[in-house]
Structures are given as C-alpha cells and as structure tokens.
Design a protein around this ligand. Structure first.
Ligand SMILES: O=C(CO)COP(=O)(O)O
Length: 253
C-alpha cells in the first residue's frame, strides 16, 4: 500500500539550534497522520541524533539521512554508512538528489549500489530522479527519467521495488520558484507509474509512492498533492519555515 508523504529536505541549511527550534515548532502542531500519511525530515548528518530524539514516541514521523555510502564500513573518511544510521534508529535515506548527481558526480550505477545497501538494512530509500531544463525543452523528459529508473532500480525484485519511494524532481523547478504545473507533475508521475507497471506489473506500480519536488510551498502543495499519481512531496526551501511546512503537511491527500 502506498503512503502519502510530506518530506522535508533541509539540504545544507540551519545551525543545530535553528534545526531544533524548527522541529519543535512544526511538531507542536496537530496533524492527521496514520500509517499511510507520513512526515519525514531529511536533516543534515550532524543533526540526525538530535532530530531522531525529537521524533521519538511520535507515530508516523521519521527522520531521514540526506545521503549514505554504498559500503558497509571501512576506510572511507568522511562517509556515513547505513549501519551507522541504523544504530541511530534512522530508517529513511534520500538517494540520488540532483545536487548529489551534479556536484558530487554520483552515477546511476553508484546509486544502484546505494539503493541495494539501504534495502539490505530494511531502510527506505527516497530515490530522486528528474530532468534538467534542456531535456524538458527538447521534450524528451519521459525518456530521460525512464532511463534513470532503469539504471538504478530495475535490477530490484518486485518485492524490493515496493519498498522504494520515488521523488520526481525536475531540476529546472528546484529552488527556482518555477514549480511544475500540477498537470506537468501528474503527467510525469503517471509516466513513471506506467514505466514501473510495464516492468513489474500494475499491482506493484500502484504500491509505489511517487513524491513531487521542486518549489513546493504552502500555496501550491494541496493542488499538486491532489493529483491522482502524486503521493506527496519532497520540499526544500519551504521546509525551512515552520508555518509553510505545517501547511504543506496538511495539504496531503
Ligand atoms: O530539491 C528539492 C527537495 O529535495 C526541492 O527544493 P525546493 O523546494 O527548494 O525547490
């Protein structure tokens, strides 16, 4: 069964104290959450333990890492293993964000390895995909995203695939204020689901949560989330403002 998910991605923002205050303010509000209506905060690595403590005892609210390494342990200075995350109680990891792909040269193959290790530890990957502006302008975005999915996810079994959350984030809409229209979001999400159905069957595809990311804010969240194939969002800038993100959470179907 797929879930509706409001996921915050703080990226490389906020001090520890600012992060604590933000979490306190957001978590102080009442939300209608259940096992199919979830909130996730992807916080910077140094704040994972703090954030995990803040949500302890809160049902249906989870903390995510923004990245992890593909190896179990060893001489990999500066990297974070899934075992370390697991030891903190973290169950979610964002993988393949376009900023990681662009600035840190993360390849499809590397991401496939990260997906594998996250699933091996029974954690949930939020796998990001999405096309740059020139691909959108050329009209070849469907093919571009299908190739990203194929390269990093299609080695998975049907059972494994249903444990992956996909986040469609068109790069031209990230941090630009230029949101995809709800029609554009729905069109791509339907395409992603059709691709998954093609590979794994419709019964599997309908169980996969597909989030939209790119300039989601309080003012547009409910409309975008209301699209039939949009199962919530992965939110950057607006997730740093308590009132904005609280409204976004309430915009979930
Ligand atoms: O990249 C994003 C979330 O991962 C989207 O960022 P913005 O919401 O700031 O556009």
């Amino acid at each position: 069964m797929k879930s509706q998910i409001a996921a915050a991605n703080w990226k490389m923002n906020l001090t520890l104290q600012q992060g604590e205050t933000l979490l306190d303010e957001i978590l102080a509000q009442p939300y209608q959450l259940n096992h199919n209506r979830l909130v996730v905060f992807a916080v910077p690595a140094p704040y994972l333990a703090m954030a995990q403590q803040k949500v302890a005892g809160k049902s249906h609210v989870f903390i995510a890492a923004q990245n992890c390494y593909s190896k179990k342990s060893g001489a990999y200075t500066g990297e974070i293993s899934v075992e370390m995350l697991q030891s903190l109680g973290i169950k979610w990891v964002v993988l393949g964000h376009s900023e990681r792909r662009e600035y840190f040269q993360e390849s499809d193959q590397f991401l496939a390895e990260k997906v594998n290790i996250v699933l091996e530890y029974n954690m949930t990957p939020i796998f990001c995909c999405g096309e740059p502006l020139q691909v959108r302008e050329a009209g070849t975005q469907n093919n571009f995203v299908a190739k990203q999915l194929e390269a990093s996810l299609y080695h998975l079994s049907a059972e494994q695939l249903q444990k992956v959350v996909i986040a469609y984030e068109p790069i031209w809409a990230i941090g630009t204020g230029k949101t995809a229209t709800s029609e554009q979001a729905q069109e791509m999400h339907a395409h992603i689901r059709a691709e998954l159905a093609n590979k794994y069957g419709a019964d599997v595809a309908k169980n996969v949560s597909i989030l939209y990311g790119g300039s989601v804010k309080a003012a547009n969240a409910a409309e975008i989330f209301g699209q039939p194939d949009v199962d919530g969002g992965l939110v950057g800038g607006a997730s740093l403002i308590a009132k904005e993100f609280s409204t976004i959470i309430n915009g979930l179907k």
